[in-house]
Write a protein that binds this ligand. Structure first.
Ligand code: 5GP
Length: 208
C-alpha cells in the first residue's frame, strides 16, 4: 500500500499578520529597511501619515505622506486598518493592500506604535505581536539624541512615554532585544519567530 505523505494530513500553513512594535527610537525603521533590503518574503505595509517628510525618506517606501484632509477622508471611508495620533501626527496603514496580500497567502509585516498594536490585537486577535526593545533606556535616549529629529521637549516626551509603554509588554507574543550594532541578530530573531510560528501544530488564522 502506498503510504500517505504526512504533509497532506496537516492543515495548510496560514499567512501571518506580523506586528513589529516597540518604543520610539528602538530601531523599528532600521529593522524594516533591513527586511526590505534582504527581500524578506513578506508584504511590508506602508503607513499613511500626515507628518512631513524627513530628509532621505521616500514617498511610498517609508510612508505615504498625505494631507490632513486626505487622512480624514480615509478614516471616513474606513480605508485604514487602524489609526492613531502619535506625537501630534496621524498614522494609519491602508487596509486594502494588507487584505490583498493575506488573501494571496503572503505574510504581512506592520510597523506600528504600542497603541496601534493594542488596536490590532483587538481587531485581529490572532495577529503575531513582536515587541522590540533596547537593552537599557539610556541606550534608547542615546539613539533618539543621535537622530536629531526631535526638539528637547519632544525627546523628553518620547522618553517619558517609553517608560509607560514598557508596561504593555505582556500584551505581546515575543520580545526581541535590538542590541546596538547587532541588527543582523535582531533580524535572525524575528526570522526564527516566524519560522517557529509556521511550525505550530495549530496555526494562527489572521482574518481582517
Ligand atoms: P515617526 O514619525 O518617528 O516615523 O514615527 C512615530 C511613531 O509612529 C513611531 O513610534 C512609529 O512606530 C509610529 N507609527 C508609524 N506608523 C504607524 C501606524 O501605521 N500606526 C500607528 N499606530 N503608529 C505608527
Amino acid at each position: 500500500m502506498k503510504s500517505k505523505k504526512v504533509s497532506s494530513l496537516l492543515p495548510p500553513v496560514q499567512p501571518l499578520l506580523i506586528v513589529i512594535s516597540g518604543l520610539s527610537g528602538v530601531g523599528k525603521d532600521t529593522v524594516l529597511a533591513k527586511l526590505r533590503k534582504s527581500k524578506f518574503p513578506a508584504h511590508i505595509s506602508v503607513t499613511s501619515t500626515t507628518r512631513s517628510r524627513r530628509p532621505g525618506e521616500k514617498e511610498g517606501v517609508d510612508y505615504y505622506f498625505v494631507t490632513q484632509d486626505k487622512f480624514r477622508e480615509m478614516i471616513k471611508k474606513d480605508e485604514l486598518l487602524e489609526h492613531a495620533t502619535v506625537y501630534g501626527n496621524s498614522y494609519g496603514p491602508p487596509k486594502q493592500p494588507i487584505q490583498k496580500a493575506l488573501k494571496a497567502g503572503q505574510d504581512v509585516i506592520l510597523r506600528i506604535d504600542v497603541q496601534g498594536a493594542a488596536t490590532i490585537k483587538k481587531k485581529v486577535p490572532q495577529a503575531l505581536l513582536i515587541f522590540l526593545i533596547t537593552m537599557t533606556l539610556d541606550e534608547l535616549e542615546k539613539r533618539l539624541r543621535k537622530r536629531h529629529t526631535e526638539t528637547p521637549a519632544e525627546l523628553e516626551l518620547r522618553l517619558k512615554t517609553a517608560k509607560k509603554e514598557l508596561e504593555s509588554i505582556p500584551m505581546f507574543d515575543y520580545v526581541v532585544i535590538n542590541r546596538e550594532g547587532k541588527i543582523d541578530q535582531t533580524i535572525a530573531d524575528i526570522s526564527a519567530i516566524i519560522t517557529a510560528e509556521k511550525c505550530r501544530a495549530v496555526q494562527r488564522v489572521c482574518k481582517l
